[in-house]
Design a protein around this ligand. Structure first.
Ligand code: COA
Length: 400
C-alpha cells in the first residue's frame, strides 16, 4: 500500500511539474517516468519480468521462436523496423531483419504484450508458471543482445560491449543493439546509464569488417546504409535523456573515443589510451568530434588527434577535458563503482532535467554537425584512400 501511495504521489508531482513545463521553453523535456503503467498492452514491469524469464528456459525454443522473440523485442524497444535490409551473405542478420520487418507497424505496446504472451507460453510448455509476477532479479542480464551484456542493478543500467576477442569492435549488429539498449535504458527505472567494455579493451571502434559486407546494391548502398546507421547511433547519444557515464576500462579507438565528448562523465583506468586514426584510414571525423573536440581542447590539440592521429594517454586526455578522472588500474573498478552507486541514489528527475538543460543549449547544433560529418564520411567510404587503408588492415600491413 505504501508503495502504491508513493507512486500515486510521484505521479501527481509529475503532472504538477509538467503543467509548469511550458513546451515552448522546454521542448524535449523527458522525465523519469518508468513507474507509470503503459497506455495498453503489457506494462514495463511485465515486459521486464518476461525478459528475465526468458533466460530461465531450459530448452532451446528453436530458431523460429528465437526470431520471433528477437523481432518482438526490437519492436517493443525500438519501434518499427526502419533500417536497411542486410546483404544477402549476411544470413543471420538478414533473417533477424526479416522477422522484425514482418511485424509491420504494430505498436510498441502491442509488441510488448505479444512478447510477454510468447515467453509465457514457452515457460508454461516447460511446466513453469506463465502468469506469476515477480521482480527481475538484481543484476540480471538481457539475453536479447548478442553483442552486449545489459544489466540493471543499484539504479544503474550497465551496457557492456561484449566482443572481447575482437577488442569490442562495433559491428553493424552491435550498433543496432547499442541503440536499442540506450533506448531501453532511457525509459527503464535506472537513474544512471553506464557504457563499458568486456576484457582488456574498452572498444576498438568501427569493426572494419563492416566494409567487407557489400549489400546487393553495391558499394554506394553500403555507404548509404552505414551513414544512416551512424547518424542514428550518434543521434541516440545526443538525445539521451539521463546521465550517461563511460567506464573506460582499457584502450579506446575511433568512434568509441569521439562519442565520449557526448557523455556526462568519463572515468578511465590509467591503462586507457585514446586514438582516432581517421586520416590513416582515409576517413574523416565523426561522433560530432569536429565540433566537440576543438571546443573542448582547443583547435591545435584537436587537430593533433583528428587529423594527425595522435594517441593520448589517459592522463593527457584528462588534461584536455575528454576524461573526467583517471584511476589506478588496480583500484579502478572498485573506486568507480563505489562512486557511481552513490550518485545513483540522487533524485532521478533532478539529474535528468539538469542534464537535458545542459544539452538543450547545443542539441540542434550537434544534430547539424552529425549530419554534416555523416555526409562527408559516406563519400569517404567510397574513396580509394579508405578502400586501400581497410585492405591494408586486413593484410596486416597497417601500423595504426
Ligand atoms: N575491426 C575489425 N577487427 C578488429 C578491430 C576492428 N576495429 N579491432 C580489432 N580487431 C580484431 C583483429 O583483427 C583481431 O582479430 P583476429 O584475432 O581474428 O586476428 C582481434 O580483433 C584482436 O586484435 P589484435 O590486432 O590482434 O590486437 P592488438 O592488441 O594487437 O591490437 C588494436 C588492437 C585495436 C590496436 C588493433 O586491432 C587495431 O588497430 N584495430 C583497428 C582499429 C581501428 O582502426 N578502428 C577503426 C577506427 S576509425
Amino acid at each position: 500500500m505504501a508503495g502504491v501511495a508513493l507512486k500515486t504521489f510521484a505521479a501527481r508531482r509529475l503532472v504538477h511539474l509538467s503543467r509548469f513545463a511550458r513546451p515552448s521553453l522546454v521542448p524535449c523535456l523527458k522525465l523519469h517516468t518508468s513507474a507509470s503503467p503503459l497506455r495498453m498492452g503489457a506494462s514495463v514491469e511485465q515486459f521486464e519480468e518476461a525478459k528475465s524469464k526468458l533466460s530461465t528456459l531450459k530448452n532451446d525454443p528453436g530458431n523460429e521462436a528465437k526470431l520471433k522473440i528477437y523481432a518482438l523485442f526490437k519492436q517493443s524497444t525500438v519501434g518499427c523496423c526502419s533500417t536497411a535490409r542486410p546483404g544477402m551473405l549476411d544470413f543471420i542478420n538478414r533473417a533477424k531483419w526479416d522477422a522484425w520487418n514482418a511485424l509491420g507497424d504494430i505498436s510498441q505496446e502491442d509488441a510488448r504484450q505479444q512478447y510477454c504472451d510468447l515467453i509465457g507460453s514457452l515457460v508454461a510448455a516447460e511446466g513453469g508458471s506463465a502468469t506469476s509476477v515477480g521482480a527481475q532479479p538484481a543484476g540480471s542480464s538481457s539475453s536479447q543482445y548478442e553483442t552486449l551484456l545489459v544489466t540493471t542493478e543499484n539504479n544503474i543500467t550497465t551496457i557492456k560491449l561484449n566482443r572481447p576477442t575482437k577488442k569490442n569492435a562495433i559491428t553493424t549488429e552491435m550498433y543496432n543493439e547499442i541503440i536499442a539498449a540506450l533506448e531501453q535504458a532511457s525509459s527503464d527505472s535506472s537513474v544512471i546509464t553506464v557504457i563499458t567494455g568486456a576484457g582488456d579493451f574498452y572498444c576498438s571502434g568501427n569493426d572494419l569488417t563492416n566494409f567487407t559486407k557489400i549489400p546487393e546494391g553495391g558499394l554506394e548502398q553500403m555507404a548509404k546504409q552505414g551513414g544512416e546507421l551512424l547518424r542514428q547511433y550518434i543521434k541516440t547519444y545526443i538525445d539521451f535523456p539521463k546521465p550517461l557515464v563511460a567506464v573506460v576500462n582499457g584502450p579506446a579507438v575511433g568512434v568509441s573515443v569521439t562519442v565520449l565528448a557526448l557523455f556526462d562523465l568519463v572515468y578511465a583506468t590509467e591503462r586507457a589510451t585514446f586514438h582516432t586514426p581517421f586520416s590513416q584510414l582515409g576517413q574523416s571525423a565523426e561522433g560530432c568530434s569536429s565540433y566537440t573536440f576543438p571546443k573542448m581542447m582547443g583547435h591545435a590539440k584537436a587537430c593533433e588527434m583528428l587529423l594527425f592521429n595522435k594517441k593520448l594517454t589517459a592522463v593527457q586526455a584528462c588534461d584536455l577535458g575528454l576524461v573526467t578522472e583517471v584511476f589506478p588500474d588496480s583500484s579502478f573498478q572498485k573506486e568507480v563503482w563505489t562512486r557511481l552507486k552513490a550518485y545513483a541514489q540522487l533524485p532521478p528527475n533532478s539529474l535528468s532535467l539538469s542534464k537535458q538543460l545542459i544539452r538543450s543549449t547545443e542539441r540542434e547544433l550537434l544534430h547539424r554537425v552529425n549530419d554534416a560529418e555523416v555526409e562527408r564520411l559516406t563519400e569517404r567510404w567510397l574513396s580509394d584512400e579508405c578502400f586501400n587503408a581497410v585492405m591494408n588492415f586486413f593484410q596486416g600491413r597497417a601500423k595504426l
